[in-house]
Each structure stands twice: as structure tokens, then as C-alpha cells.
Write a protein that binds this ligand. Structure first.
Ligand SMILES: O=P(O)(O)O[C@H]1O[C@H](CO)[C@@H](O)[C@H]1O
Ligand SMILES: O=c1cc[nH]c(=O)[nH]1
Length: 291
């Protein structure tokens, strides 16, 4: 079997993986991903125990227990480019033997749940609500660097391509499903089921104009009006697509849970973002405790 070279599987002197700075025993099989490193404490404040806190760059991890369940909470920073690092290194922690530098025969499948903030693009999904992403669409390029055609919903890709008429210089949007068992467990009358778009930026890529004009002024409306097989795009953020894509390719279960802090259709922004995020955290922890 192939031995992974020092330049490919990069380990630090203490045996931890390059960016996350974690050793294999430090990661739980259920992992909560958040963008904001300060959100890690906001989640682990509810834990019964905390084993360790590790930080390198924007990657801040704490592992502990909530209602007896071992959970790691890890911040990814912003963007799908960071997700490429986080998902590959998380997978390496459980599925590569760091001593022999070989891929393990028996694989571990992680439960990966993102707790993020997001902007609704539909008038009827208000600020302070929670959206569970059944589907994710990537406007980023990460998954196009992997052999991922088979896990993409090609009929959705085609319908989107036709509807959006995106700048040909941009990458082609790709659609990927969440893990069905997690999505069904997290669903309830308290949340909206959604189809989440992940963009490569917060401003023009999400149709926001401050001083700079957009390449295509109608893109936000076109994303809003897309409908295929009874599904419409509900909200925009910056990580879900690559989390779904890399999780599916690597054999992990993923779900994205979104605290809606902005409504782009009405122009509203939440009056209490901390509370919106806290409600989403509590909802997620209770669902994890019973999964
Ligand atoms: O609140 P987080 O998890 O960072 O998520 C959202 O917030 C950031 C932009 O403000 C992006 O990362 C977006 O996906
Ligand atoms: O509108 C929003 C709000 C949060 N995060 C985003 O990426 N977009």
C-alpha cells in the first residue's frame, strides 16, 4: 500500500496534523463545524466536560461531552477553500494511520454538522429562523478539483446552468445532498427545510453592492426564482457545498444548520444575532444528543 510522503500528509513534530494541530485521539466521531472561532466557546459552554482546547490560525477545536456524547467543535474560518483543508485533515485524523502513513483498511464515518450564520433569499424565511439544508449548491470551485461527478445531482446542475446563465468565466454550480438520516433527524416544525447556496464571497458573489457594480445585476433574482423538482434556493452562506461534497466522497455524514441573520428579500437584519445563533446551537445540541 502507498506510503504518504512527508510533503503530502504533513505532520507536526508532536504528531498532530498540519493545520488543525490535532492528534487522532483528540477528535470525536461527531464534529460540529462553525465558521467563527469565537462560536466554539458559545457551544462548549453547554458541555458537561471539556477534554482539550487546541488552536492554530483560525482552526480552534474543543472536544468534550454533551449529555454523555463525545463531540468535537471546530472552527473553519470563512470559505470553501478552508473547508478543503478542514475536511481532508479531519478525515486523515480518523482514516490514515499516522505511524505507517498508510490509509486504514477499516474506515471511520464521522457525523459532521455545520452550525453557521446565513442570509435568507426568500421573503417567507424570516430572520431568526433556522434552516436545515437538505441540498447544497456550490458556486465555488472546490469540488471540481476532485472526481466528484457521481455525487453531484446532474439534473439540478443542468437546470441551474440553464436558469442562471452564469458568467462563463465562473465555475459551474454543483448540487449535492446532505446526509438523509441526519436531515430527517434534524427536521421538525421548528425549522425550515432548505436548499443552501455557498458563494465564494460575501459581497458581489452574493449580489451585495456597496461601491462596486456587479457583473450581473439580475443574479440574486435569478437565484431567488430558480425552481426545480419543487425545490427553490432558500439561503446563502460560504461553506456548505464543499462540506457536503467532501463528506460524501470521503464517506462521512454531513448536515448544515443555518441561523438566518439576514433576509435579502426584505432587507432585514436580525436585531439579536447572538440569540439567533444561541437558539441554533441549542437546537443542534439537543438533536445531536438524541441521534
Ligand atoms: O457564521 P459562519 O459560520 O462563519 O458562516 C457565515 O458567515 C460568514 C460570513 O459572514 C461565512 O463564513 C458564512 O458562511
Ligand atoms: O447574508 C449572509 C449572512 C451570513 N453569511 C453569509 O454568507 N451571507
Amino acid at each position: 500500500m502507498n506510503h504518504l510522503a512527508a510533503s503530502e500528509l504533513i505532520l507536526n513534530e508532536d504528531g498532530s496534523i498540519y493545520h488543525l494541530n490535532l492528534r487522532p485521539e483528540q477528535i470525536a466521531e461527531t464534529v460540529i463545524l462553525v465558521g467563527d472561532q469565537n462560536r466554539v466557546d458559545k457551544i462548549t459552554q453547554y458541555f458537561d466536560t471539556i477534554e482539550h482546547k487546541v488552536q492554530k490560525r483560525e482552526f480552534h477545536t474543543q472536544t468534550g461531552t454533551y449529555k454523555g456524547k463525545r463531540i468535537s467543535v471546530l472552527s473553519t474560518g470563512i470559505g470553501t477553500d478552508n473547508i478543503d483543508i478542514v475536511l481532508n485533515e479531519l478525515d486523515a485524523l480518523v482514516n490514515i494511520d499516522f505511524e505507517t502513513r498508510q490509509i486504514k483498511e477499516e474506515k471511520t464515518s464521522l457525523n459532521i454538522i455545520r452550525v453557521g450564520t446565513s442570509g435568507s433569499i426568500q421573503e417567507d424565511i424570516p430572520v431568526d429562523s433556522i434552516v436545515i439544508s437538505n441540498l447544497g449548491v456550490g458556486f465555488d470551485t472546490v469540488m471540481h478539483f476532485y472526481q466528484s461527478e457521481e455525487i453531484q445531482l446532474q439534473d439540478f446542475n443542468k437546470a441551474l446552468e440553464e436558469h442562471l446563465q452564469i458568467n462563463p468565466r465562473n465555475s459551474k454550480p454543483y448540487v449535492i445532498e446532505s446526509d438523509a438520516s441526519l436531515a430527517s433527524h434534524f427536521n421538525s416544525s421548528e425549522v425550515y427545510e432548505g436548499f443552501t447556496g455557498s458563494n465564494v464571497g460575501f459581497y458581489a458573489p452574493q449580489g451585495r453592492v456597496l461601491r462596486l457594480p456587479l457583473y450581473d445585476n439580475s443574479m440574486k433574482d435569478k437565484i431567488n426564482s430558480f425552481s426545480f423538482k419543487g425545490k427553490r434556493i432558500t439561503n446563502l452562506e460560504m461553506e456548505t457545498s464543499a462540506i457536503y461534497g467532501l463528506s460524501k466522497l470521503l464517506g462521512h455524514k454531513a448536515l448544515s444548520v443555518n441561523a438566518i441573520i439576514a433576509n435579502r428579500a426584505t432587507g432585514n437584519f436580525t436585531k439579536d444575532g447572538a440569540k439567533a445563533v444561541d437558539n441554533t446551537i441549542k437546537y443542534t445540541l439537543e438533536k445531536i444528543a438524541t441521534f
